[in-house]
Write a protein that binds this ligand. Structure first.
Ligand SMILES: [Fe+2]
Ligand SMILES: [Fe+2]
Length: 270
């Protein structure tokens, strides 16, 4: 089946959408179809009997995600939540997931872990998996997840997840797009998609140096599919264009004016 067929063969209002399947390892979309322009893509990796939620989304998304997950597996077999960064659209749902099951392990970078603790009331403890200390996680099927930092894209502590078994990159806000006319999988319209990505990237991604430092991680890693936290999934045919987009992107501080020592000489007189 062509991955684009996913756009037409599913009921997005309620289904868990199967995206990738390889033996005992499957990836589903369990996200949100609200009319909010910042609609969240939430993903589920089902590896044998274990479930890992990727970027659990906001508290508002929790109920619909649960309904979708239940179609695939018991919600109590969700053992881990991966969190790209601390923004509420990505991670405030951890409050509800930990209420449901306090044994869920939170996978993220140490920097992000410090921030997301502020979502938790009553200073509840939770299990923290440190992606900086343990950048590889082997699942029971044999699939290996790699945690690849993406500093300043956009959060300083942001971390992406590369599923080396299916060559899928869960990129968080990188390659995210903001659009009303949303399709889960991008079809042939990459040039139009650039406009939807620009809106987000030019304002959020720190600068071109950050983008290039991230891209170099993929010199020797093959990507079949990019799954961002907003907008559309990018299939293999778009990967080169997606990389070129980021390579040339001018964003954030690239558009700042340089302030010279002379202009700042007032400091000497303080
Ligand atoms: Fe964000
Ligand atoms: Fe986001």
């Amino acid at each position: 089946m062509d991955i684009e067929d996913i756009n037409y063969n599913n009921d997005f209002s309620k289904d868990a959408i199967l995206l990738v399947e390889k033996k005992f390892h499957k990836i589903y979309w369990v996200g949100s179809t609200t009319n909010n322009v910042l609609r969240n893509n939430i993903y589920l990796i089902k590896d044998k009997n274990e479930g890992i939620i990727i970027d659990c989304g906001s508290r508002y998304d929790f109920k619909s995600t649960l309904q979708r997950v239940k179609q695939v597996m018991s919600i109590y077999n969700i053992t881990k939540l991966f969190i790209n960064h601390q923004d509420p659209d990505v991670s405030s749902g951890i409050i509800d997931w930990l209420d449901l099951n306090p044994n869920i392990e939170i996978i993220t970078s140490p920097n992000i872990n410090i921030l997301i603790q502020h979502y938790i009331t009553e200073h509840k403890e939770y299990k923290f998996y440190n992606t900086q200390k343990y950048p590889y996680l082997k699942l029971s099927s044999g699939a290996i997840l790699e945690f690849i930092p993406s500093p300043f894209m956009h959060s300083p502590g942001a971390v992406t997840l590369y599923d080396s078994y299916t060559k899928t990159l869960f990129s968080g806000d990188i390659w995210a797009a903001i659009t009303i006319n949303w399709k889960l999988v991008l079809e042939d319209d990459f040039n139009e998609h650039i406009e939807d990505m620009d809106f987000f990237h030019k304002n959020y991604i720190a600068n071109n140096i950050a983008s290039r430092n991230f891209l170099i991680n993929f010199k020797d890693r093959v990507i079949e599919t990019i799954m961002p936290q907003h907008g559309s999934i990018l299939a293999k045919k778009h990967i080169k264009s997606a990389f070129q987009y980021l390579k040339d992107l001018k964003s954030g501080t690239d558009n700042f004016k340089y302030i010279s020592d002379k202009e700042l000489s007032f400091i000497d007189n303080l």
